[in-house]
Design a protein around this ligand. Structure first.
Ligand code: G16
Length: 541
């Protein structure tokens, strides 16, 4: 065991979901080591503890795993449970943390960000409940990064992570597990595999795009091997260090191959994609795209059809910028719907306190209390289960949903690569004008409320401020503006737009047209295009 002298490195503050940086930044001398030591220090040390370790297979994944293992051993950890080849999807890691009653886990991923030596890498810590560390804990870790003087590491050969089994590293036990097995077994307890198998036997076709990221092996095992979807249903199913050059962010822009296939004459009955680390999902039917906010609402309305949820839901939660479609379902079903800031970590307390079963976000994340992360394949299986029971197409399910609940037209516009100073100045200006906005009429509509969203956690009483500026019009239409907390260079301005339509004659509009006046109002008030010099968003979802 050696103790290595080091010095604080600037900028190791975890964002929306862990620390994400350019891979080359993570590969700098002491960079990873400083952060990992700060993780251990921030949770009160690793001595005698058991952790889970795995990542999404992106460039630097296995090297980082070897460093983390040696540091865990030097810090006195008793056991590390590691996915074979250091691979684990984020939801599978969350499950293993809970299943083995461990002291938490380290996940190596920059999620939906591209991978490779010149792209992104990330590290985050999940708590013993399986969920991302809350701000109080990431704050303690960040504080350690600012004062660190040394870290501990074992000098040893690499651990062979290619075979399932048990081995030793110093005094620490390393347990190497199959990354898919326990997760697949969990899915079998939640969904009616027989009903889904019958669906495929009847000729139902699916295209699941794993985008050369972690869910390939999970898709092959669960969809093809266990559920009988024909071979070839899973595309881009081999995880690659650079994701084969794909940007594994399942949205209509980056998953355009899937979108094209679903628009074609020979489109399969159901299309889906997941992201780098397997926690996001996008769902598409032939000629119909399901927005993530709508997907959450449909899952909430139909979850009782799946065996794991047949007793109904305790409650639901969504992030503030996510549309209120799920609120309408909750209201009708007599459940509480909680609103939280962006970031899955905010759902953990609500689930641990048995207040909610289902959660979701506009950023292509849906999940339940089976783990404490959002879960891409879970959402896809839930959809398949619903389709199998209701015997309707995706388009029919959406039409029926809107008839019952109305349609919350929704869209998110991302302005990427904006200079940080420009973005900060725009937000500051807007904040300064918030008090003047209520009562003003913009694009023919009166502003009812304008504020900077703050969250008061009902379980632990913690307060999170500055979680997004929202401008709400009379009648409920609104826009929200916030800066992304997951980027690695410059700023990404996210503009979220929403408007409820209750007239069935107007349910088939293009969302960009239906939201036309809200988009114009947002530009009039925030002047994002003018200030960034861009003529429009880089990504529209
Ligand atoms: C992460 C968080 C999500 C969040 C998303 C976008 O997802 O876990 O809760 O909604 O980032 O955050 P932002 O708008 O700050 O970029 P992932 O899939 O990247 O881990």
């Amino acid at each position: 065991m050696t103790t290595v002298k080091t010095h604080p490195i600037e900028g190791q503050k975890p964002g929306t979901s862990g620390l994400r940086k350019k891979t080359r930044v993570f590969m700098q001398t002491h960079y990873l080591e400083n952060f990992v030591q700060s993780i251990f220090d921030g949770i009160g040390g690793a001595a005698g503890k058991t952790f889970v370790l795995g990542g999404d297979g992106r460039y630097f994944n296995e090297r980082a795993a070897q460093v983390i293992l040696r540091m865990a051993a030097a810090n006195g950890a008793a056991r590390m449970i590691v996915g074979r080849d250091a691979l684990l999807s984020t939801p599978a890691a969350s499950h293993l943390i809970r299943l083995n009653k461990t002291d938490g886990g380290i996940i190596m991923s920059a999620s939906h960000n591209p991978g490779g030596e010149d792209e992104d890498f990330g590290v985050k810590f999940n708590m013993p409940n399986g969920g991302p560390a809350p701000e109080s804990v990431t704050g303690a870790m960040f504080k350690r990064t600012e004062e660190i003087t040394e870290y501990r590491i074992l000098e040893a050969q690499d651990v062979d992570l290619s075979t399932v089994g048990e081995t030793a590293l110093g005094d620490m036990t390393v347990t190497i597990v199959d990354p898919v097995e326990d997760y697949a077994a969990l899915m079998e307890t939640l969904f009616d595999f027989e009903a889904i198998r019958a669906l495929f036997e009847g000729g139902f076709r699916i295209r699941f795009d794993a985008m050369c990221a972690i869910t390939g092996p999970y898709g092959h095992e669960i969809l093809e091997d266990r559920l009988g979807a024909p071979e070839g249903s899973v595309v881009h199913g081999t995880p690659l260090p650079d994701f084969g050059g794909m940007h594994p962010d399942p949205n209509p822009t980056w998953a355009h191959e899937l979108m094209d296939a679903m628009k074609g004459d020979d489109a399969p009955d159901f299309g889906a994609a997941s992201d780098g680390d397997g926690d996001r999902n996008m769902v598409v039917g032939p000629q119909v795209y399901v927005s993530p906010s709508d997907s959450l609402a449909v899952l909430a309305a139909n979850a009782h059809l799946a065996k794991g949820y047949s007793d109904g839901l305790k409650g639901v939660a969504r992030s503030m910028p996510t549309s209120a479609a799920v609120d309408r379902v909750a209201e009708k079903m007599g459940m509480t719907c909680y609103e939280t800031p962006t970031g899955w970590k905010f759902f953990g307390n609500l689930m641990d306190d048995d207040r909610v079963t289902l959660c979701g976000e506009e950023s292509f994340g849906t999940g339940s209390d089976h783990v404490r992360e959002k879960d891409g394949l879970w959402a896809i299986l839930m959809w398949l289960n619903i389709l199998a029971v209701r015997k309707m197409s995706v388009a029919e399910i959406m039409a029926d949903h809107w008839q019952t609940y109305g349609r919350n037209y929704y869209s998110r516009h991302d302005y990427e690569g904006v200079e940080t100073q420009t973005a900060d100045a725009m937000m500051a200006d807007l904040r300064a004008r918030l008090n003047d906005l209520p009562g003003q009429i913009v694009q023919g509509n009166r502003i009812a409320q304008a504020d900077d969203y703050a969250y008061h956690d009902p379980v632990d009483g913690s307060v999170s401020e500055h979680q997004g500026i929202r401008v709400i019009f009379e009648g409920g239409a609104r826009f929200v503006i916030r800066l992304s907390g997951t980027g690695t260079s410059g700023a990404t301005v996210r503009l979220y737009l929403e408007s409820l339509e209750t007239d069935p004659a107007l349910f088939e509009q293009d969302p960009q047209e239906a939201l036309g006046w809200v988009i114009a109002a947002a530009e009039e008030i925030a002047r994002i295009r003018e200030r960034t010099g861009k003529t429009g968003p880089d990504v529209t979802t």
